[in-house]
Design a protein around this ligand. Sequence first.
Ligand code: NAD
Length: 252
Amino acid sequence: MNFDNKVVIVTGAARGLGQEYARQFARLGARVVACDLRDCSDTLAAVEDEGAKGLALNTDVTSAESTKEMAAAAVDAFGGIDILVNNAALYGSLTFAPFDKLDESEWDSTMDVNVKGVWQCCKAVVPSMREREGGAIVNISSLAATYGMPNGLHYTASKAAVIGITRGLAREIGRFNIRVNTVAPNVVNTDATSEVFGEKRDKIVEVTLSQQAVRKPLETEDIVGTVLFLSSDMSKLTTGQTLMVDGGTVML
Ligand SMILES: NC(=O)c1ccc[n+]([C@@H]2O[C@H](COP(=O)([O-])OP(=O)(O)OC[C@H]3O[C@@H](n4cnc5c(N)ncnc54)[C@H](O)[C@@H]3O)[C@@H](O)[C@H]2O)c1
């Protein structure tokens, strides 16, 4: 697989999984635009360490204006956009609680970032992908959406909506040779996961593993290959799909 001359935007790329996607796209020759509300300079350094060109942007995925600026900056710097990874989300900072105890403003912000943010970014990049007569969008959902995570209904609902966006948009823009797919990981060992589960983390990982067919804990590098595959021409007739990376917990 190689991404020579491809231009990739990764949202939520300042740390965790997004940073790892950015690094691995760079390793395979892509020019990488790393976007986040947080500072992406570490990610840009990682991209440049791989010998690739990159750009670090301060982007709010919920904002039409900010995502338009993101797309314009990518086009200005690198001539167009081929791939978008919609990875930005509220996850680590969320309060997980029974459905009737969730905070209403947190429900709204989760939908704003995890659902509307995906839509805004897709709207921003599709014009350039159409100009280039093709593209690939990979949306990041979660096992929560397919398994039904208890005590996280806002997060679960938002990640199920990501699968809906994937299917609807794949049908709408397939005729422009733009593919839209979803990757849905199980619990991955990231800073955000430690923030979510706190001192219960080891117990949660143990329970999670007991439900996996392949009983290995997921690390960031375990998710990357599936994202790269769905971004590459190797999957050129795969669209509207959701690929689980969950050690065989949910089998679709
Ligand atoms: N870590 C896991 O176990 C796991 C499992 C399944 C799915 N996921 C999904 O994978 C993705 C990355 O997870 P992670 O563990 O690396 O989490 P993370 O919190 O480290 O990464 C999310 C990034 O999104 C950014 N972000 C939040 N709101 C934003 C906004 N409005 N605009 C731009 N950027 C914004 C954050 O600043 C953060 O850097 C998320 O979509 C998450 O839901 C994670």
